[in-house]
Design a binder for this molecule. Structure first.
Ligand code: F6P
Length: 324
């Protein structure tokens, strides 16, 4: 290969810039050329390419978001869209792709490499931590840090007013952000899609907390949880248990921004480096990841076809034990 195309796609995640930097510099170090593709798959279709050099990625390791921009692109789901994308990237001289993103990104490069025989490597980048093949995805650690900073602040006011707060966090269908930040923020209860919680059970937990002389309480609700979101849960709890004054906070997109943590910067650098090295070794259709603190890679189909279940039993138990 001669020129790598690098892009970010799907929801942005802190650490994507650090990863772009690692891809660009590892490639240049090995005498490869690099093109940055703007707005993910959309940029391939609409010819948005920039030549990258070592200075293009200076002073970005600390930045949230993605300098290459990102998009969710419907056109790339059609054979005509992908054909146009292929013609455009070939005209640019790009002969291998590194895509940073989530399952949609991986599905895109999987189909693309089958149709057009171009080497591709996927790097897991999403705050949701919902991808198979890596213990952690880029941005997850930073998002959890953002959430616990918010929980700490909410706890100040919850305690001062003796209130019950329902805090809704992101994660799509995954409860990883909820569980991790719930434990780290000392939440009294955590509602996650994977475990499910009946409202009556939650009320039981809250009654116990009140009996145990807790005067304020924080409940973390994962957005993918089945009871219809934090406002619904709050309403249903309040209709049966109005011991507390209740409030709802939806953290929303602030969880996606901010400077990446040390963990995410190092992970991003390791994964970007590994992705280019795989291409140099003649590999394709792989997803890189961190497993047991070792960088490894798996087949892209294996990553797409397996559901990541990352809620460790001991952590679920721990979150209940420590909430008494
Ligand atoms: O996948 C990352 C994520 O932030 C999810 O947690 C959330 O459900 C979704 O993206 C929100 O997507 P959008 O930014 O398109 O509203």
């Amino acid at each position: 290969i001669n020129r790598i195309g690098v892009f970010t796609s799907g929801g942005d995640a802190p650490g994507m810039n650090a990863c772009i930097r690692a891809v660009v510099r590892t490639a240049l170090y090995n005498d490869l050329k690099v093109t940055g593709i703007l707005q993910g798959y959309q940029g391939m279709i609409s010819n948005q390419f920039i030549d990258m050099n070592s200075r293009s990625v200076s002073n970005i390791i600390q930045l949230g978001g993605t300098i290459l921009k990102t998009a969710r692109c419907a056109d790339f789901r059609t054979p005509e869209g992908r054909k146009l994308a292929y013609e455009n990237i070939k005209a640019e001289g790009i002969d291998a792709l590194v895509g940073i993103g989530g399952d949609g990104t991986f599905t895109g490069i999987e189909v693309f490499s089958r149709e057009f025989d171009i080497p591709v490597i996927g790097i897991p980048g999403t705050i949701d931590n919902d991808l198979y093949g890596s213990d952690f995805t880029l941005g997850f650690d930073t998002a959890c840090n953002t959430v616990i900073e918010a929980i700490d602040k909410i706890r100040d006011t919850a305690a001062s007013h003796d209130r019950l707060f329902f805090v809704e966090v992101m994660g799509r269908d995954s409860g990883c952000i909820a569980l991790n930040s719930g434990i780290a923020g000392g939440a009294e209860a955590i509602l996650m899609p994977e475990t499910g919680t009946a409202i009556d059970d939650l009320i039981g937990q809250l009654e116990k907390a009140a009996d145990g002389k807790k005067t304020s309480t924080i409940v973390i609700i994962a957005e993918g949880e089945m009871n219809g979101g934090a406002y619904n849960v709050a309403k249903r709890v309040k209709s049966k248990f109005d011991f507390y004054d209740t409030k709802v906070t939806i953290l929303g997109h602030l969880q996606r921004g901010g400077a990446p943590s040390s963990f995410d910067r190092v992970l991003a650098s390791r994964l970007g480096f590994a992705a280019v090295n795989l291409l140099l070794a003649g590999k394709s259709r792989r997803v890189v990841g961190l497993r047991g603190n070792k960088i490894s890679d798996i087949n892209i189909e294996e990553s797409i076809n397996n559901k990541a279940f990352k809620l460790a039993d001991d952590m679920i138990e721990l979150s209940n034990v420590l909430a008494i």
